[in-house]
Ligand binder design. Structure first.
Ligand code: ADP
Ligand code: MG
Length: 402
């Protein structure tokens, strides 16, 4: 029963019907095993812990599951035969009736109430059949040690299992609440940051468009303002793309990509920015071609985010070096800058949303990088030294070109 709760009930989105079937099945197997390997005594009576199954099954599976377990248990008891048949039927039925009448109190109760009830439940079954048993055996005193062991096992077993289940269930509930809380917090933070990130460029775009309305600027100035206005819109668009790539990390249009081609494309896009901050780009073209599986647009986004960070880490110029090396069914891409670098603490926080040390940073770039690489079954390793530079090592599984 614990195995059911640990490894089945909370995993995956299974139908409630299948869940309760598996639960009843696991309880029935437990009860049958209990009864098959019981401590048998004379006159067809046996000492076993099947009622613990009935108690736990009814309390954690509900009255219907409990009824099913009761049925299976008594059928099997009938099949075993022997003297204790009728008393055990009466005892289990009595226990079941007690269980369903106090079921709601148990479920809603605090842990203390639950434990008192557990103690009470554990006694009922024994009371149901032991007096009858003692009345028909010729020398009841001989069975004292049996009785004591049996009652102790029953009380301790019931309380222990119900306690464990309660702890387990509250853990699961807590974990769920935590995940939800985190999610809502993230969504809230994202919405705030994104509206901020989009409003800024839109405001500047609006300002420059307004300037254009009053026609007292030269054509050259007008063109400049138009250009700035458009850049604002591009910036807003860029923030949205970053966000959407994060929101949908799975690869949808899977393609075979030539890694070098994608890299060169990203480099072409970034060269103007690199020139602006005196960053020299070093890359030697490969003689071989390497193919990987992924989505063109997302890989592009991922490379751009890394390159942009590297260039931003070298405001006074530096070197940005790329190396492609094949390594046993994988291809490795080293990206090395000679920028400001990061401390170990910073490396650890890399990729968590909104972590940024830049005044105008979104803190979303690396998060996108991480999720894209993960979706492509790739790996990213980062090493960095303050004021020396940072190396990103991306590893992707090689694809066979068909
Ligand atoms: P943003 O660039 O908007 O700040 P990122 O997620 O792209 O957000 O990066 C998060 C932070 O990681 C940056 O603010 C920066 O402090 C650090 N970082 C990322 N790449 C580098 C790099 N190549 N060198 C130094 N610091 C880096
Ligand atoms: Mg960035």
């Amino acid at each position: 029963m614990l195995i059911y709760h640990l490894f089945w009930s909370e995993k995956g989105n299974r139908s409630p019907k299948l869940n309760s079937f598996v639960f009843i099945l696991s309880c029935s197997i437990t009860a049958i095993v209990c009864m098959s390997f019981a401590a048998k005594v004379d006159y067809g009576f046996q000492f076993d812990l099947r009622h613990i199954v009935l108690i736990v099954g009814t309390l954690s599976g509900g009255p219907v599951a409990g009824g099913a377990i009761l049925g299976v248990m008594n059928l099997y008891r009938f099949f075993i035969g022997g003297g204790g048949l009728i008393p055990s039927f009466i005892a289990s039925l009595t226990l079941y009736i007690f269980l369903i009448t106090t079921y709601k109190i148990y479920i809603k109760g605090k842990i203390k109430t639950k434990m008192y009830l557990a103690f009470f439940y554990s006694l009922i079954y024994g009371i149901g059949w032991i007096p009858y048993f003692l009345s028909i055996v010729p020398n009841p005193k001989d069975y004292t040690s049996y009785m004591v062991t049996y009652e102790l096992c029953t009380i301790m077993g019931t309380i222990l299992i119900l306690y464990l289940l309660d702890v387990l269930q509250s853990q699961v509930r807590l974990a769920k609440e935590l995940v939800n809380a985190e999610k809502f917090q993230l969504i809230g933070e994202m919405a705030a940051s994104i509206s901020h990130e989009i409003r800024n460029p839109l405001t500047s775009t609006r300002g420059f468009l307004q300037l254009l309305q009053s026609k007292n600027y030269s054509e050259q100035e007008q063109l400049l303002y138009l250009d700035i206005a458009m850049r604002g819109i591009d910036q807003a668009n860029h923030v949205l793309t970053d966000y959407l790539t994060f929101a949908k990390p799975s690869i949808e249009k899977v393609q075979i990509l030539q890694l070098e081609e994608e890299l060169l494309h990203a480099l072409t896009l970034m060269t103007p920015l690199a020139n602006l901050s005196n960053v020299r780009i070093h890359y030697t073209k490969q003689s071989k071609t390497f193919y990987i599986i992924g989505e063109k647009q997302k890989l592009n986004q991922c490379l751009l985010n890394i390159l942009k960070n590297c260039i931003e880490a070298m405001p006074n110029g530096g070197d940005l070096t790329f190396t492609l090396t094949p390594a046993n069914k994988h291809i490795q891409l080293h990206i090395q800058d000679t920028g400001i670098g990061m401390s170990n603490e910073q490396i650890k926080r890399l990729g968590s949303p909104f972590y940024s040390t830049k005044e105008k940073g979104t803190g979303l770039g690396m998060m996108v990088v991480f999720s894209v690489i993960k979706a492509m079954n790739g790996k990213i390793d980062i090493s960095s030294k303050r004021n020396i530079g940072t190396t990103f090592l991306l590893t992707f599984p090689l694809a066979k070109k068909t």
